[in-house]
Design a protein around this ligand. Structure first.
Ligand SMILES: [Zn+2]
Length: 707
């Protein structure tokens, strides 16, 4: 590395380039063995001007990876000096695995996939990296080509992913296995019947397709069917219905000789396909013996024990003897483990396997790693769900049952509506536009997305009334007093475009997109991020985009409704807890004494139900329990505004900065007649504080829910 290696000026990437493929392969293997994740790039040969001469440059490989000063890659001081300390980096992104130990893995699932097994349908829950499931399927593909040729259909969630799967998984599998290489002709050979999505071999054919392609799913009768990541499939392949059912129909020709293998990381309880299929199987779990008492048990996350904030103390408590099982015991336990069925399926040929990351072999994801991931995941619901799905291999239960409004009413707290308590660090607003009024909730947000209702304002007159918009504009310049003396304005206001979108855009353009975000609600949970955008939606009559035109954010309202309900369900600390210094848990929703019953009833006006669609597949849907639900909508938009402002991604330092800006340098309860506190930059308001009876103008149109 001293002579041929380089490091980027920011110290983020080490690089090594060479034309010798064996040398490059050796380097990659060495890096992997040391735990570095590298990427390899092939630069094609081309003509270049070097030193004024036109020259042929040979193609070469470039290997790059991230390394840290604690394990220097260089001896030359000027290169070493660029390396960053692991302290300020995110090593778990680049240092995912390393070889610590090599051991045979229990191969029961693989033996079940083998064609002479009695069972025809196989399932796997997934715990760790894709190799667990997908790799099992890939091995099956290799087995079919080599030993049991026949027509085989491999389905990925989309055609795009199918192409990537073929390039990154199947092509190397064939290239690196002599037995497969002999049977599948190279892609370049003419008339070889071998393309990216179709591989011909003697007495068989492998077709790779996406679950979004009805044409691909109907392409041929299949004896073998490999359905990968079924929970990521769309509900319907085009207009033709459930892709799993469509694909399974292709195996009927082969009746009992057919074999179907489904795998997936599970998603949401009630709509997860793999969960439904697993429940219809014999539900095998892997039992391992306790090293202390010998009791066989399936590993469960609830029994992983560690001291709070000290994941390195993680160990597993035996369910029989409570003995501490350490990471180092795992290898022997796994070797002595066995699969045990927990149910008798209607079809005895349906076998299901479930494995979580708790079983990861020593040197892979450790129990300490899992404890650390759990602690890190507590910040947001998205992270919690991801942990539940991909580490534990369990579905996530959306808590859709409406919280009890009376309990929320009784736990209202003693601070004045229209003011911001100490923990609230910035304000957002959610505006719901109705035919005859515009309703706006103002929420304050603090660390951990704890929130406080600050105000709820009803502007009489709908979007047709110009004055309504004027009043909404007025809100953008208004400020609310903070417990530490400063005054806060609205950092971001999200306004719904579901009704009279053109009028909303027109207003938003005038008000400016720095403070205003037009939003559109969409159904569904399976979105990578709860808010997407913005997209530019303004166009002239000729269809040309308007410069500085309106920006629209897409909000997965279902996700934020679920989150709101989960937050509403968090237990408030008791008086004793508070006396002992405890505060409300992250995400807690604080309501002031002034919030009336009607307001709270609207906040919990919907519930999540599982519905069966006309096509027969299930989905989760939010349904109204009562007519009025604007308060919940306003809350969801205000929450989306916090997301758009970036609050979900702020570092501890950013929150600390907000706290520093707000005090508590000054005594609580800034009194009239005092010198008004300075209006700070950033999220704090630009407008001068209102004086006297400032709420009265808004109270005139307020329905009186807030006092
Ligand atoms: Zn035990």
């Amino acid at each position: 590395m001293d002579s041929d290696g380089t490091i980027s000026p920011d110290g983020k990437r080490c690089e090594f380039s060479n034309t010798d493929s064996r040398l490059v392969e050796g380097l990659v293997e060495l890096l992997h063995g040391l735990g570095y994740k590298s990427s390899v790039y092939w630069a094609r040969s081309r003509r270049r001007v070097i030193g004024g001469q036109d020259r042929d440059c040979l193609g070469y490989w470039r290997v790059s990876w991230t390394a840290y000063a604690e394990e220097p890659m260089f001896r030359l001081s000027r290169k070493t000096a660029r390396m960053r300390s692991i302290e300020n980096a995110r090593p778990w992104k680049s240092r995912r695995r390393r070889i610590v130990n090599i051991q045979p893995v229990a191969s029961m699932p693989l033996r079940c996939i083998s064609v002479d097994s009695l069972s025809h349908l196989y399932l796997c829950g997934k715990g760790f990296i894709p190799t667990h499931n997908t790799e099992a399927g890939n091995n099956w593909i290799g087995y079919v080509i080599h030993y049991a040729p026949g027509p085989m259909l491999a389905v990925q969630p989309t055609v795009e992913l199918a192409k990537r799967f073929s390039r990154q998984r199947i092509d190397p599998l064939i290239a690196e296995s002599p037995a497969l290489r002999d049977r599948v002709k190279p892609q370049r050979a003419r008339d070889a019947g071998n393309t990216m999505l179709s591989k011909e071999f003697p007495a068989g054919l492998l077709v790779i397709t996406g679950a979004n392609s009805a044409v691909g799913l109907r392409s041929m009768p299949a004896r073998y069917l490999f359905l990968d990541e079924v929970d990521a499939y769309p509900p319907s392949a085009g207009e033709e219905g459930d892709p799993v059912a469509l694909a399974e129909a292709r195996t009927r020709t082969f009746a009992w000789r057919s074999k179907i293998f489904l795998t997936s990381t599970p998603t949401i309880h009630g709509v997860s396909r793999i969960e439904r299929e697993f429940e219809a199987s014999d539900q095998r779990r892997f039992l391992v013996p306790c090293p202390h008492c010998g009791h066989d048990q399936a590993l469960r996350f609830e029994r992983l024990r560690w001291e709070k904030t000290k994941p390195e103390t993680a160990h597993y408590a035996c369910e029989a003897c409570e003995g501490a099982i350490e990471e180092r015991h795992k290898t022997a336990m796994m070797a002595a483990g066995r699969w045990q069925a927990a149910a008798t399926p209607a079809d005895p040929g349906t076998i299901g396997f479930h494995l979580s990351a708790l079983y990861s072999p020593v040197g892979w994801l450790s129990w300490t790693g899992i404890a650390r991931m759990w602690e890190a995941a507590q910040a947001t619901d998205e992270a919690k769900r991801s942990f539940q799905n991909s580490v534990l291999g369990e579905t996530w239960i959306e808590t859709g049952e409406a919280p009890d409004w009376q309990r929320l009413y009784e736990r209202r707290e003693a601070w004045r509506i229209g003011t911001v308590p100490g923990g609230g660090l910035f304000l957002t607003a959610g505006a719901d536009v109705q035919k005859d009024r515009i309703e706006v909730s103002i929420w304050a947000w603090g660390r951990g997305l704890t929130s406080w209702l600050v105000d709820h304002i009803v502007i009489a007159g709908g979007p047709e009334r110009q004055a309504s918009w004027g009043e909404l504009t007025g809100l953008l310049g208004r400020t609310w007093p903070h417990a530490h003396g400063a005054r806060l304005g609205i950092a971001k206001l999200a306004v719904d475009t579901g009704y009279q979108a053109p009028a909303v855009y027109a207003w938003a353009r005038g008000a400016g997109f720095a403070q205003v975000a037009p939003v559109k609600g969409v159904e569904g949970f399976n979105r990578a991020a709860p808010v997407a955008g913005p997209s530019f939606v303004d166009a002239t009559e000729r269809g040309r985009k308007i410069r500085r035109g309106a920006r629209l954010w897409t909000v997965a309202v279902a996700t934020f409704k679920s989150e709101t309900y989960r937050y509403l369900r968090l237990a408030a600390p008791t008086d004793e807890d508070i006396a002992a210094g405890a505060t409300a848990p992250p995400g807690f929703i604080h309501l002031p004494r002034g919030a009336e019953a009607e307001w709270i009833k609207q906040l919990v006006a919907e519930q999540l139900v599982t519905v069966t669609t006309r096509r027969g597949f299930q989905k989760l849907e939010w349904q109204k329990l009562r007519e009025r639900n604007e308060v919940l909508d306003c809350r969801v938009y205000a929450r989306a505004a916090a997301w758009i402002a970036g609050a979900d991604r702020w570092s501890g330092a950013k929150w600390r900065g907000l706290e520093d800006q707000l005090g508590p340098g000054q005594p609580d309860g800034h009194r009239a007649g005092d010198e008004p506190p300075p209006v700070t930059a950033g999220l704090l308001a630009r407008a001068a504080p209102a004086t006297g009876n400032r709420r009265s103008t808004w109270l005139a149109v307020d329905k009186g829910w807030l006092k």
